[in-house]
Design a protein around this ligand. Structure first.
Ligand code: ADP
Length: 661
């Protein structure tokens, strides 16, 4: 009895803020207060009132007469609880015994469904209105409160009103203080906006390649959609960016949002997972998409996208069920029944190969876009950006050459290092400062470089023979980090059709491309090096896995029986326990290598031409490769043809095979 009386506002004068909330709650509960049978109610406090649950508790309790809190036998007639403070499980008897039960919460959607079985109705409280402030002023005898005052107070953050309007000063003095504070805050915000550096957009950046082109086109489409000139159906729903670490994928989300002039919501699988077990993770994911829908138009950026994995991957193992449920949840969020108008989802990954293909279907994330390592001009431009106004030599030919293979993050580090040196020594920046700040590397010998160029030219030529429009670019590095044995010395970027249907022929053509690097080495040197093996992403491993899939997953081998294996390394396990399968896979690989060697032998002159050009230029686009092979034909026409073809093929995506050594 004593406890209840202590917080009863009838006995102690409530504060003005409590009284305002009492008026608001009384208004909302009015239809139920006179129910003879009592009630059990759930009250959701307004958003932005997270810190006011104690005040609401006092307000709700204060609505009732102290005499009415207990019945004649001393049993409680009222039970009020804050669900952010207590677990209702321990108080069930009080909930059931009390004539009236009022449970306060911040988000009805987050409550355990069982609570809603106990309660009779739910009330979503609004932010207190001017009329509640006027009613509270009348109750507390503040006769000088005008409607204008009440409207002003209702427009403010409630926490500020709580602090300013207190028993120690008059209403006029409190309102004066609040008005002055509001003006000062507004002036501060204006000054901050003025001093704020303009946000960078994709237009200010270098090195983003196709991702920049896509982002700029999206910004145009979004503007047209906002103006009602095009339908949402005509706007891209999203993309998955892939590239090596430090190529600016995470930064891209913010740049894209700034370019489109819309907000960004940043998320990642790890952040959702941190919420707890599967159910909590899915809840966090759905909440994030829900928030994005509320904020639309906006960019929802999902980092570390590969963490979701592929439901069909051979590494799904014991986790397969968890993975399936998470990806199914994600698919629902990406493609909800009511659509997701105004929400562009951009994801980023270092490992595009492990993404579930269903996530890339039209209407979901639609396309993979590669962010390449920056070329020479882009490297200089990124470096200048990170030098932040520090004057650099106008020409830096040695740095341009020696920095090949560095990404944006490496260049940011170089810039930071030289800014420090120049500041410490108080002098101008020289190119040698930049060279000294580069990570230690060694140049490849002429022989090593030739072998790398021939290997990559082999991949490129076989791709060109199979489908000239598929080759995006090929590149090699002249230098390798001193302390890194597994670095990539070259790569080929291939635009691969995301057609949902593959045939034995199309899969075999992909094996040929995987093996074309070592085939080229065998044609030129008579043997191949270690370049095709020794790593999970090596050419031979990718070809072996594909050949195993052809035999056992798709029924193109001698048997039609499907055997997908289970657990990590499922295909490898299949091979090791089935000598016939091992033989069949080896036979396919040898046939592919023989066929590819023949193709390259017949085009050896072209192979050497491409390798020479690569040694000279370092990186060559697919269109330029075609010009090298057919010098008589216009390059621009080829390029245009390649672009047209890729536009025509709505499912076209970019894939890149890193060649590790
Ligand atoms: P990723 O997500 O690909 O690992 P980040 O977006 O985290 O890369 O980039 C790391 C840092 O590298 C960024 O803060 C930025 O300073 C720098 N950076 C990367 N790419 C670029 C670029 N194209 N232009 C300017 N800075 C870049």
């Amino acid at each position: 009895m004593k406890n209840i009386r202590k917080i009863s506002t009838r006995e102690q004068m409530p504060t003005f803020a409590t009284c305002v909330l009492m008026c608001a709650v009384r208004n909302a509960l009015r239809p139920f207060l006179r129910r003879p049978a009592g009630f059990k109610a759930l009250l959701q406090m307004p958003p932005g009132f997270k810190n006011e649950s104690m005040l609401y508790y006092l307000a709700v309790t204060g609505l009732f007469d102290p005499e009415d809190l207990y019945d004649d036998l001393g049993a409680p007639r009222l039970f009020v609880a804050r669900l952010d403070e207590i677990s209702i499980v321990g108080s069930l008897s009080k909930v059931f015994e009390a004539h009236r039960t009022i449970l306060l919460c911040h988000d009805l959607g987050e409550l355990d469904a069982d609570i809603k079985l106990i309660t009779d109705f739910e009330v979503v409280l609004d932010t207190p209105k001017a009329s509640h402030f006027l009613a509270a002023a009348r109750t507390m005898g503040m006769k000088d409160m005008t409607r204008a005052d009440a409207e002003f107070l209702a427009s403010l953050n409630f926490g500020k009103v709580k602090m300013a309007v207190n028993g120690h000063r008059t209403l006029r003095s409190a309102i004066g203080r609040l008005r002055r504070a509001t003006v000062a805050e507004r002036e501060k915000a204006v000054a901050e906006t003025k001093n704020k550096k303009p946000e960078k957009t994709l237009r200010d950046m270098s090195g983003y390649g196709d991702a920049a082109t896509w982002g700029l086109r999206l910004a145009e489409d979004l503007a047209a959609w906002k103006n009602g000139r095009i339908e949402w159906e005509d706007v891209d729903r999203g993309a998955v960016l892939y590239g090596m670490p430090g190529t600016g994928k995470t930064t891209y989300g913010r740049l894209l949002a700034a370019t489109c002039g819309i907000p960004i919501i940043e998320a990642s699988s790890a952040r959702w997972q941190a919420e707890g077990h599967l159910g909590d993770m899915l809840k966090a994911m759905r909440k994030c998409f829900e928030l994005a829908r509320k904020k639309a138009p906006c960019v929802l950026f999902i980092d570390e996208f590969d963490a979701f994995g592929d439901r069909n991957s051979d590494t799904a193992g014991d986790n397969a069920d968890y993975k399936r449920q998470v990806i199914n949840g994600l698919l629902e969020c990406l493609d909800p029944p009511g659509g997701r108008e105004g929400v562009v989802v951009v994801a980023a990954t270092n490992f595009p190969d492990v993404i579930d293909p269903a996530l890339l279907r039209p209407g979901r994330l639609e396309r993979l876009i590669g962010i390449p390592l920056p070329d020479g001009a882009a490297r200089i431009s990124i470096l200048r950006q990170h030098l932040r106004g520090l004057a650099a030599p106008s020409d830096m030919p040695h740095f341009e050459q020696m920095s090949a293979g560095l990404g944006g993050a490496d260049l940011a580090l170089v810039a930071r290092e030289v800014r420090r040196t120049v500041r410490r020594e108080g002098r101008e920046l020289l190119e040698t400062d930049l060279l000294n700040a580069l990570p230690p590397t060694r140049s490849l010998s002429e022989d090593e470089l030739r072998r790398v160029a021939i290997h990559e030219a082999g991949h490129a030529l076989v791709t060109l023979v199979a489908n000239p429009n598929d080759l995006v670019a090929v590149a090699i590095s002249r230098r390798v980090p001193l302390d890194d044995r597994g670095s990539s010395l070259g790569h080929v970027e291939i635009r691969r059709s995301q057609s949902v249907i593959a045939t034995e022929e199309s899969l075999t053509a992909r094996i040929d491309i995987h093996l074309a690097g070592i085939a080229a080495e065998r044609v030129v040197f008579g043997h191949h090096s270690t370049s095709g093996g020794g790593a999970l992403t090596a050419d031979l491993r990718l070809a072996t896995e594909l050949a195993t899939s052809i035999e056992r997953l798709f029924g193109f081998g001698e048997h039609l029986v499907l055997d997908m294996g289970t657990g990590p390394g499922a295909l490898e396990t299949l091979r090791s326990r089935d000598p016939d399968l091992w033989q069949a896979v080896d036979k396919r690989l040898k046939a592919s290598l023989g066929r590819t060697e023949q193709t390259l032998q017949a085009r050896k002159a072209d192979l050497m031409k491409l390798a020479d050009a690569l040694m000279e230029k370092g990186r060559i686009s697919g269109a330029d490769m075609q010009k090298i092979l057919q010098p008589g034909r216009g390059g621009a026409t080829h390029e245009a043809r390649a672009m047209d073809a890729s536009r025509r093929d709505a499912d076209a995506v970019d894939m890149k095979w890193e060649v590790k050594r």
